[in-house]
Design a protein around this ligand. Structure first.
Ligand code: R5P
Length: 546
């Protein structure tokens, strides 16, 4: 069991880490009793800060319960009597609560404002003390309980709402029930137009997405959701695209039915990059979509600058979605006195503020160990193998064009039920490679060469020439997760007997290349990964294992 000092330290650190709580401006007194009950007392910036503080406090090991004395700063100074009258009037006027009795406490006396006409009887008793509203009594449904709570929160002087209403007969609460309550709140709120907003709930965490007319409306909708009884958290995903691959970012946004967040990426006359967010991301889960293909440094800087802007603007969580990760090949010192650039890049992504990285078919699985943040290493192999299927010759052989591609080739061979061969390649320079031999049976067989990336095309060219020399079939299918196609790649590949070149759009591929190109989009895969991350669901079947 952790000691009291340890628990308090962890609670404070968790609250300090959450930008929406802002302990410096809204100090909270924190204490822990002998039974592990945590007491939080003070003024919270708003309902979101209050609920987040409670959730964070409860998540710390050693905390067994919480005493909530956090009050929300009122949006308008009001006396208890005025708050009570506002709530009473709102409850009396709401048609959904028609049969429900309403009583209010005035100077220690309960005054009946309306008798119950419901069976079994329903009654809401309202008392207000120092801005804190307490609702007692019984109502016939969870939606009535939530509605009454919302009415109380909506009064601008309310500082807290203790919703003690009992539901008779009792009802099981569900995520759908919460979704309906949030939607009903948005529909009721005269300042919100919910037509193009979507609400979903998972484990009491509400996701709001879609379109709001403006920033104010978006914030109002979020606050409404936070007000709903039993909502632990409201998350608002924001997708931001870097400059590297706007079409892919649009495809991801389209699959998620989200729009891309507004941001400006400009260059000063001296070449410096300037990044500015043009809408709020405060409290949002932000996904920055930016492959770091060529020009790699430019795209890497934009990724880091976007992270920095989001972090400083109060984003709650930052995920880098980098379908192609540049510098990944520099994962060791092959000759000595070299930099291990991949490690440095991993450090930069973490220190830049990202809490998670989503990548696709990394050059090597060892890279995972370079990252101090969780890495979701997705695989495009299943969708690429699916694209190969219709072209698959009965006499096909999967070929790894070098030793580094053997694991990848094994995965294709398994999915496509084909035998495998390996080309023994050595690299002489960035542009030149040399083949030493071919291992496996390729004579008379149609090669399907698979690789993680095609850069200058030298590897594919050398591999195919070696295969042809070893008596393979005259045409090859080439499959690669990332098509950088730099230097002489297009000419090289164009001169080869290729039946098809199948790649993903991890890196933007120029249109109308003189190649038999088929581009498979990663849009749906990345969207599915983002959706599941957001909902806290498993990504196991999307991950590149092994
Ligand atoms: C090497 O280990 C990689 O898997 C690729 O085979 C290589 O980077 C491709 O580069 P290029 O097309 O320039 O040969």
């Amino acid at each position: 069991m952790p000691g009291k000092a340890d628990v308090l330290k962890q609670v404070r650190a968790a609250l300090e880490h959450e930008p929406r709580i802002n302990l410096h401006r809204y100090p909270v007194s924190i204490d822990l009793d002998r039974d592990g009950t945590l007491m939080l007392e003070g003024d919270a910036a708003n309902i979101a800060a209050k609920k987040l503080a409670l959730e964070l406090g409860a998540s710390i090991p050693g905390v067994s319960g919480i005493v909530d004395r956090l009050r929300v700063g009122p949006t308008e100074a009001m006396g208890d009597g005025a708050i009570r009258d506002h709530i009473r009037n709102a409850l009396l006027q709401d048609s959904a609560l028609e049969g429900c009795g309403i009583s209010v406490r005035v100077k220690d006396q309960m005054e009946t404002c309306r008798e119950s006409s419901a069976k079994p009887p329903a009654c809401i008793e309202v008392s207000v003390n120092d801005g804190v509203v307490t609702l007692n009594g019984q109502v016939s449904s969870l939606s009535h309980k939530r509605l009454a709570g919302l009415m109380a929160w909506w009064v601008p002087g309310s500082r807290d709402v203790i919703n003690g209403l009992e539901v008779v007969p009792p009802e099981d609460d569900t995520d759908d029930e919460i979704t309906n309550a949030v939607r009903a709140a948005l529909e009721k709120d005269p300042f919100v137009n919910p037509d193009r907003m979507r609400v979903s709930t998972r484990n009491c965490v509400v996701t709001l997405d879609g379109f709001a007319l403006n920033q104010k409306e978006k914030e109002m909708a979020e606050i409404d959701a936070w007000y709903i009884f039993a909502v632990d958290k409201v998350v608002n995903p924001t997708l931001l695209a870097g400059s590297a691959n706007p079409a892919l970012a649009e495809a991801v946004a389209g699959a998620l039915e989200l729009r891309l967040g507004r941001r400006a990426l400009e260059r000063f006359p001296d070449g410096e990059l300037h990044v500015e967010l043009q809408e709020t991301v405060r409290g949002h889960d932000v996904y920055v979509i930016q492959p770091t293909g060529p020009p790699v440094d430019e795209h890497l800087m934009a990724l880091l600058f976007l992270a920095d802007a989001c972090r400083r603007a109060g984003a709650a969580n930052l995920t880098a979605v980098v379908p192609y990760l540049g510098y990944a090949r520099q994962d060791r010192r092959a000759t000595g006195r070299e930099s291990v650039a991949a490690r440095l890049i991993a450090d930069l992504i973490r220190t830049g503020g990202f809490r998670r990285l989503v990548a696709v078919d990394l050059h090597s699985p060892v890279l995972e160990g370079f990252f101090g943040i969780p890495l979701e290493h997705l695989s495009a192999v299943p969708i690429l193998a699916q694209a190969v299927s219709p072209l698959m010759p009965a006499d096909g052989v999967i070929v790894a064009p070098d030793l580094g591609a053997v694991k990848l080739a094994e995965r294709y061979a398994k999915l496509l039920h084909l035998p495998m061969a390996i080309v023994h390649k050595t690299r002489i320079s960035g542009e030149q490679v040399q083949v030493r031999g071919v291992v496996g049976e390729v004579r008379g067989r149609s090669p399907i060469i698979v690789d993680d990336m095609i850069s200058t095309g030298a590897t594919i060219e050398a591999a195919l020439k070696a295969l042809l020399a070893a008596g393979s079939g005259p045409e090859a299918v080439v499959v690669s997760s990332h098509a950088l196609l730099v230097g002489a790649a297009v000419e090289r590949l164009g001169a080869l007997p290729l039946r098809r070149l199948i790649v993903t759009d991890s890196v933007a591929v120029a249109a109308r290349l003189p190649l038999p190109l088929q581009v498979v989009s990663l849009g749906a895969l990345l969207a599915e990964a983002i959706k599941r991350l957001h909902e806290g669901r498993s990504l196991n079947d999307l991950i590149a294992h092994g």
